[in-house]
Design a protein. Sequence first.
Length: 226
Amino acid sequence: MKKTTLLSIALTLLSIISFAQNQKPKESGLSFGVNAGLTLPTIANYDKDSHITSVTAPNASFYLGGTVNIPISQMFSLQPGLSLINKGGQYNQTIGGTSYASKTNLLYLEIPVNIVVAFEAGPGKFLVGVGPYLSFALKGTNKVPTLNSATGQVTTVSNDVVFGSGVGQTKSVDFGFGSLGEYRFNNGIGIHAGSGIGLINIGNSTGLDTYNLVTTFGLTYTFGKK
């Protein structure tokens, strides 16, 4: 899964860059944007033979960030950014015949770099992009329902995620590839959707590999040249 995904993304990026280099230079300069919205992250687990064993339910949260748009040609631009984004997942745990949600929250500082192509459409333009990202974990929590044997009540216990390379710990760095789609009106307001596929095993469990997956929906605003 990892090798074929990397090869496909690499070939796509090389094709886009090659095409962009043959386009006429764009006259406009840099533009800047902000974005915010909803994340629907999950965690995918694979065995050592790269067979998927489980995917958690989405753990809805948020993202907030900014971008710089650097024109390459009339259609293409390079778009680096910086975001705070929450990832993780949740799964159901049955205690005494009742189902409870167990949640993992992982807050990252993420640096995406996308190659974006724009198409004029109606009162604005469509933008489609793809590129790598590098994320650094800032904080993590596990919220686990726990049965109190003395009272018989179930309460949620929150524990900090331990980052490191030891068994049972979570790696503090994530790397992967993302994609984005946006419709941007001529006034600078945009409607955004995106996805990210982690390519680093962030877990340290024997016999199991763990990867971040995320889908985002939100709003953007672009300053300066639209």
